[in-house]
Design a binder for this molecule. Structure first.
Ligand code: GLC
Length: 803
């Protein structure tokens, strides 16, 4: 069963049934201003921070039938009163003749027909702007003349999102709304929390005369709120109450009498919701966007932006679902992640200290560095500002205040107070940036370390190279009884929280991979001595790893505080972990025969038809000594669920051993585009990756959750483009090293790299998995498989023959 279809030509997914299993969302704007809009027109909007500066009240946990954040009502006369309906289906739930939500890049467009009235509403945030625009076009298809009113509605939240939910005394006393009447009967409602009257006012306005308004929810719904969102009693009156709220639950409702529509006639209306220091400051922008031409101009700019963004890499492979993801949806999700980290989604509430995750954003940025290198560099710098002088990193930071948070470690007195892996990711992110851009000067930029003195000045600074070095040094000096890196409170897997002294094999490999990256970088810079010192450390680590961590058929995942292994056949639960098998290949530390065995064990014990499980068997009961993992039932999330972020690492590992068939199978089996026809089971948006799918240890095997903001997006993109298709930026050129299924005869990639465009045609006449036998650049045969750097804004032809 499906709820819509992919329209790749228009770069949209079109939802055709509004009763999706959970709300399906789309992102508009970015962290500077924006949020998400759901397929029934609800929107969660904030400016620069969802936690500390939120604008609309959007309560994810309310039933899908409920009003969330924003809506639109239409009405026409019926009997003595009015027939009221929402063109978004929610909250009035009227029967519709047509419903479509076009999930586009940077916009959503809802097209519906109710009672012979066609309404098209396009919702977006202009690029770099601080307002949400809704352009509504209403067409009369009833076959007769009809008078239509349109009532646009927003519900506000207190700017401090958490306070809105945990304080029902102070919050309502602070909320206020005022009406500003303008020329030609136009009107703007402003809303603020009293303490922000002079600094942050929300504005809600339109480009049509407003005959009346309401700003108090109780009055709008009527009958002391025994009126409902599905039937607000005030909408049975000709006009709204014109009440300027002095407290309470503030809304903005604007009554537009659009007048008589002849059959076939269309009229349009534009609303704006934004935030500025004052109405006066907002006025020029408000006036600009009352003009439909300005609005369509901005929509064009959005599509130009996306065309440019996506043109960084376009592929033609034999798999249409892969093409759809790689050409449109996967890079879009990567950009959303770059903006929001794990902060805001339908599942991540954007409340409290979660903020921008250090490890998360380091990985997210790797998915967009080739598309937006400058913005990526800015984010890298911000992250290094929350790295401590000892090389370790704060777990997350608030984007508005740049205040770091150590994560959840505070509550656990018998566990370490830092995460063992966070800081190491910066090495991978920076070297990815350097290989893409060649911008080695970045290594010399000076960036302050986290921890400020009382004057808010940083106590210490260092170059980017110094930040990377200190990251590695922290782990070099933080090892346990076997000489392997300490786990800290947790590594990448947040939920395995062992007592102080435990060692992590994941960190071993992440550190090892970081050392490999530094060796390559130092050699490129001509610093043989520094490269040598990293090599010595790497060799030492590799030796210890190989002496301690082989369990017979696979590698172990942790050593607990007392030295007992976890992720071993000896354990009753958590016998085998996915990351413990894939990462020894990524770090280059696995012995070839063991690597093969480990990957076969992974395949046998962890793979399912719907993705690879993170571990097996799941823990069956809470065990404080193991930590968060045991809070989930077996088969859910990190406790043996299909935790999708880990799957691309298995894809990469299989390409390293040249098993292109298995790598592709692992890729294709979790492609959300392939879930479109089994939505009754999967439930999440088919156009983005979800974080997790319940595994076969759980009664609801196949159910996806926590879509959009997940490291799966960046890593699936990297796994597919850099490892399966094998288009890998190196310091000295673009390496072409595909590892594909044998049945593929050829594929094509157009890739921008260092100011040149590479059209890469790969042929596989002998149907092999890997290996290039002939390589031509611009018609000339070249030894090896490295296309040179051109930087000449020209097109270059690369032809590679496999086998
Ligand atoms: C969540 C966290 C991420 C972590 C992962 C595994 O996605 O945001 O940081 O690595 O879970 O625990």
């Amino acid at each position: 069963m499906n709820y819509g279809y992919f329209d790749d030509k228009n770069k949209e997914y079109v939802i055709t049934d509004p009763r999706t299993p959970v709300k399906w969302i789309n992102y508009i704007g970015a962290l500077d201003f924006g949020g998400f809009v759901d397929h029934t027109g609800g929107a969660l909007i904030c400016k620069r921070d969802p936690s500390l500066n939120r604008i609309t009240k959007y309560i994810q946990q309310m039933p899908s039938s409920e009003f969330k954040g924003e809506t639109l009502y239409c009405r026409f006369k019926q009997g003595k009163g009015y027939k009221i309906f929402s063109p978004f289906f929610v909250p009035t739930l009227d029967p519709y003749d047509r419903y479509e939500c076009h999930v586009g890049l940077g916009y959503s467009r809802i097209i519906s027909e109710f009672y012979g009235i066609r309404i098209e509403c396009t919702i977006f945030v202009p690029l770099g702007d601080t307002r949400e625009i809704r352009e509504v076009k209403i067409t009369n298809k009833t076959g007769r003349d009809i008078e239509i009113d349109a009532v646009s509605v927003v519900e506000y939240t207190h700017f401090d999102a958490l306070k809105q939910f945990n304080n029902a005394d102070w919050v309502p006393q602070t909320m206020q709304s005022r009406c500003i009447r303008e020329k030609d009967s136009m009107l703007t409602l402003i809303q603020y929390a009293f303490m922000r009257r002079e600094t942050n006012v929300n504005f809600f306005t339109s480009n049509h005369p407003v005959s009346s308004f309401e700003s108090d929810r109780k009055r709008f719904l009527g009958d002391n709120e025994y009126g409902t969102w599905s039937n607000p009693l005030s909408l049975q009156m000709k006009e709204l109450g014109n009440y300027e709220a002095n407290r309470g639950d503030n809304i903005g409702a604007l009554m537009h009498h659009l007048g008589k529509f002849r059959e076939g006639q269309t009229k349009s209306l534009i609303t704006q919701l934004g935030q500025e220091q004052s109405f006066e400051k907002a006025r020029p922008g408000i006036e600009k966007y009352r003009d439909p031409e300005a609005v369509s101009g901005e929509l064009n700019k959005i599509s130009e932006f996306w065309d440019r963004f996506l043109s960084t890499m376009q592929v033609e492979t034999p798999d249409p679902n892969m093409n759809s993801m790689l050409n449109i949806h996967n890079p879009r999700q990567c950009l959303v992640n770059k903006s929001w980290s794990r902060y805001l989604s339908y599942y991540q509430l954007g409340i409290g200290t979660r903020g921008i995750g250090f490890r998360d954003s380091c990985q997210d940025v790797m998915g967009v560095i080739s598309h937006i290198p400058d913005d990526s560099k800015e984010l890298l710098k911000k992250m290094m500002m929350i790295q401590r002088a000892d090389g370790s990193a704060m777990h997350s930071f608030n984007p508005l205040t740049m205040e770091g948070s150590a994560g959840e470690t505070e509550d656990w007195t018998d566990r370490p107070k830092y995460y063992g892996d966070d800081h190491l990711w910066i090495v991978l992110a920076v070297t990815t940036y350097l290989k893409e851009t060649g911008d080695l000067g970045f290594l010399e930029e000076v960036i302050p370390y986290y921890k400020k003195d009382t004057n808010d000045k940083s106590r210490e600074s260092g170059t980017v190279l110094d930040h990377m070095r200190r990251a590695l040094d922290f782990t070099r000096n933080d090892k346990g009884r076997h000489g392997l890196p300490h786990l800290g409170f947790a590594d990448w897997n947040d939920t395995v929280n062992l007592r102080t002294g435990a060692e992590s094999l994941f960190i071993t490999h992440l550190y090892g991979k970081g050392l490999l990256e530094m060796i390559e970088l130092y050699n490129h810079m001509g610093n043989a001595e520094a490269a040598g010192s990293c090599q010595t450390e790497y060799d030492k680590l590799k030796k210890i790893f190989n002496e301690t961590s082989w369990d017979g058929k696979w590698y172990v995942r942790y050593f607990d505080y007392d030295g007992t292994p976890l992720g071993s056949n000896k354990n009753e639960h958590g016998k085998i972990y996915l990351n413990a098998q894939s990462w020894p290949l990524i770090s280059g530390m696995a012995m070839p025969d063991r690597a093969k065995k480990a990957l076969d064990s992974l395949n046998k014990l962890l793979n399912t038809s719907k993705g690879i499980k993170i571990s097996w068997p799941g823990f069956d009961g809470y065990d404080r000594n193991k930590g968060g993992i045991t809070t989930f039932p077996p088969g859910a999330k990190e406790n043996g669920g299909i935790f999708l972020h880990t799957n691309p690492w298995a894809v990469i590992a299989e390409t390293i051993v040249s098993n292109g068939d298995r790598a592709y199978r692992y890729y294709a089996q979790i492609n959300p585009a392939a879930k479109n026809d089994i939505e009754e089971e999967y439930e999440c948006e088919p156009y983005v990756y979800a974080q997790n799918i319940l595994s076969n240890e759980h009664p609801q095997f196949g159910l996806g959750r926590n879509s959009w903001v997940t490291g799966t997006a960046s890593w699936m993109y990297q796994a597919a483009t850099r490892f399966i298709l094998g288009i890998r930026p190196r310091y000295n050129g673009l390496e072409i090293d595909p590892c594909i299924p044998k049945k593929w005869g050829n594929f094509k990639v157009v890739r921008k790299y260092r100011n040149a465009v590479y059209t890469i045609e790969v042929k596989n006449p002998r149907h092999v998995n890997r290996g290039i036998s002939q390589f031509k650049v611009d018609g000339k045969e070249i030894k090896g498989n490295l296309a040179p750097v051109f930087r000449d804004n020209r097109n270059h032809m690369v032809e590679a023959v496999m086998g």
